[in-house]
Design a protein around this ligand. Structure first.
Ligand code: ADP
Ligand code: MG
Length: 221
């Protein structure tokens, strides 16, 4: 069993607010783990630290064996370009770009040649069920379709770890379920490891493991 993510003794305070208190857990490679907890329990704070978007007061975050907390800014940018991809509740697509162009952003950043990039984008749009929507802009797509584009974009760089922060939080139950099923599917088909925060009981059932946090502490598994 290989650990893709190792979180050890992570703590973070914002003034008087103890957002994280001595959090430790591992995520095994190739698994999907649901991070569950009430609003304000520390989920976003924790997920941001996995990709070096925020830094802890104490503790370590090992991603595929690399200590994220020891990286400088360039190293953290590289980590997010090559190893850790994010999916957010609000999709975060670039409004003036088409679905295909949005999915291609990480490949442009890696200077992938155009032909290879276009092929990869087409494959990814097909994977998320949007082959016929490549030329549409975000405002011409439903919320569920926008989140599928965001998932395709997150997978473009073939990351080791996919971090999703309440990816179905803005979707109705049925659309949310199909997005969750897609995430479950890509863990299998793309060989990616996923850490996904959610309130959704269905997501918890689709996950290999549930890590529950309460008041900044791991409460139960
Ligand atoms: P969740 O994602 O589970 O809703 P968060 O990680 O967003 O929880 O927040 C955990 C706690 O930390 C909350 O009390 C929140 O108000 C606080 N917090 C998060 N980020 C900041 C920040 N940048 N400045 C001050 N307080 C913050
Ligand atoms: Mg949050």
């Amino acid at each position: 069993m290989t650990s893709m993510l190792g979180i050890q003794g992570l703590s973070k305070s914002y003034g008087d607010v103890h957002a994280l208190r001595d959090i430790s857990f591992d995520v095994e490679a190739g698994t999907m783990v649901a991070l569950v907890g009430r609003s304000g329990s520390g989920k976003t704070t924790l997920l941001n630290m996995v990709g070096g978007l925020d830094s802890p007061d104490t503790g370590t975050v090992l991603v595929d064996g690399t200590d994220v907390t020891g990286l400088n800014e360039a190293g953290r940018s590289r980590l997010r370009r090559d190893t850790v991809s994010y999916v957010f509740q609000t999709f975060g697509l670039v409004p003036v770009l088409t679905a295909a162009e949005n999915v291609g952003i990480p490949l442009r950043m890696r200077r992938t040649p155009r032909e290879e990039r276009e092929q990869r984008v087409a494959t990814l749009l097909d994977l998320v069920g949007l082959a016929g929507h490549a030329q549409q802009r975000p405002d011409e797509l439903s919320g569920g379709q926008q989140q599928r584009v965001a998932i395709a974009r997150a997978l473009a760089s073939s990351p080791r770890l996919l971090v999703a922060d309440e990816p179905t939080g803005q979707l109705d139950a049925e659309t949310g379920l199909s997005v969750m099923a897609l995430l479950r599917g890509v863990v299998e088909s793309e060989g990616v490891t996923a850490l996904i925060s959610t309130h959704d009981p269905v997501m918890m059932r689709l996950a290999d493991r549930v890590v529950r946090i309460s008041d900044g502490r791991v409460a139960a598994e």
